[in-house]
Design a protein around this ligand. Structure first.
Ligand SMILES: Nc1ncnc2c1ncn2[C@@H]1O[C@H](COP(=O)(O)OP(=O)(O)OP(=O)(O)O)[C@@H](O)[C@H]1O
Ligand SMILES: [Mg+2]
Length: 401
């Protein structure tokens, strides 16, 4: 939908045009702790006006989160204007964002108002910001510094725009900065607050709820058998929520009965889902057995578990699963876990060194409140908070955290 431009005053300042109708708040499925954390942070940043960078793989819901922040903000009654920086060819992106004056290039038959100006009073969403050319990055940086826009072909900057800026990307912008493809100063400007939406395979608790939500939206009645649901929950979903929606919609419209069984699933989902399920169940069983033997005192960690691992009878995944079980019991306390597994307190360092050396460490922080193991999303609301959060993250990677 094309928005009408803000009203321009003779001084060149923009007046807010009458309020648009309130956009409904998008519904975000958040059955997993990781997604609930994303929403908590989204609500927190929505209360302020800080620039937000939303990152995550393709199809995880970055667009949805950006719309949610806008809908929860004090700008909700104004426009949310989205620009996909990857979809607009580079020569046209400047005009798309800043507008152009009539005659400024071939085909510019009349003045055109840019998207930044259209977002005055509201939110501008710069999607796929990592695809911007270096020249466009310079122009965007200039706008972020003073809020002024200069239309292509205009003699001077004429308008000051007040738009909340939300950017999104599925690229690793820090790596792009390191390779010189993205400006470091621009990255700092756009990620005053940073929200990372984890891939669906890292928040499997959302899968069932997303399937139910997608079926409900089609208005059809369809049940998914337990086995089919387990296979779908075990699948890796490389295309994330978008892929899930496509698979479920296809099932809904192709289903010959009211129940979807595992044989109705697309072959890749079925095969991978079943295999993953099998591996997870075996691993869980192994960890359960080792745990029971350790806490009952039948096994000693160093005499049995350690040797089973060195002899490759169990894998690092099994050890990690065992550590996870211990952390659940001890609410994220590694010292208590050492005791629980029957080791003397003096073995604490040796144990930590062992799990770190073999990549079996598990973040303790997410078990502190007694919940599951989803990694926390990252947020940095101010530069100082960014500092604090990166320090916290740094220490979080050590099991002692
Ligand atoms: N948590 C969620 N609850 C409900 N729907 C969701 C959720 N996450 C994503 N979706 C839906 O999945 C689809 C893809 O989401 P979206 O377009 O926001 O992803 P994206 O990260 O912006 O993807 P891309 O990187 O490809 O642009 C949309 O239809 C969106 O409504
Ligand atoms: Mg998107």
């Amino acid at each position: 939908m094309q928005s009408k431009p803000a009203l321009r005053h003779s001084s060149g300042h923009l007046h807010l045009r009458p309020e648009a109708s309130l956009q409904p708040e998008p519904f975000i499925v958040s059955a997993s702790e990781a997604m609930r954390n994303v929403l908590v942070l989204a609500n927190r940043v929505a209360a302020g006006d800080a620039k937000v960078l939303v990152t995550g793989e393709s199809g995880v819901g970055k667009d949805l989160v950006a719309r949610y922040i806008h809908a929860k903000s004090t700008r909700a009654a104004r426009d949310f204007v989205a620009v996909n920086c990857a979809a607009v060819p580079e020569p046209l992106l400047e005009s798309e964002l800043f507008g152009h004056a009539r005659g400024s290039f071939t085909g510019a038959y009349r003045d055109k108002v840019g998207k930044l100006e259209l977002a005055h009073g509201g939110t501008i969403f710069l999607d796929e910001v990592g695809e911007m050319s270096v020249r466009m990055q310079v122009l965007l940086l200039r706008f972020l510094e003073n809020g002024e826009i200069q239309a292509v072909g205009a003699e001077r900057a004429s308008t000051r725009v007040d738009a909340r800026v939300i950017c999104a990307t599925n690229r690793n912008l820090s790596e792009m900065v390191a390779s010189g493809a993205f400006r470091e100063d621009l990255l700092y400007r756009i990620q005053v607050a940073h929200l990372h939406v984890p891939p669906l395979r890292h928040r499997r608790d959302d899968i069932r709820a997303l399937i139910e939500h997608t079926i409900e939206r089609t208005g059809r009645h369809l049940c998914v058998s337990d086995e089919a649901m387990r296979a779908l929950e075990g699948y890796r979903w490389p295309g994330n929520v978008r892929e899930l929606q496509n698979v479920i919609e296809q099932l809904v419209w192709m289903a010959s009965s009211d129940v979807v069984d595992v044989d109705d699933l697309p072959p890749v989902t079925r095969a991978e889902g079943r295999a993953a399920l099998h591996v997870r169940e075996r691993r869980r069983q192994m960890a359960d057995d080792l745990y029971a033997e350790l806490v009952s005192g039948n096994f000693s960690f160093w005499n049995q578990v350690y040797h089973l691992f060195l002899n490759r009878d169990i894998t690092r995944h099994d050890v990690r699963e065992l550590v996870r079980k211990g952390l659940v019991t001890t609410c994220g306390n590694y010292k208590a876990l050492v005791k629980l597994f029957g080791m003397p307190g003096g073995d604490y360092k040796r144990f930590l060194n062992f799990i770190a050396a073999h990549d079996c460490s598990v973040h303790a922080r997410s078990y502190r409140d007694g919940h599951g193991a989803e990694p926390l999303p990252v947020v940095s609301v101010t530069a100082a908070a960014a500092d604090r959060s990166s320090r916290a993250r740094g220490s979080g990677s050590s099991p002692q955290s």
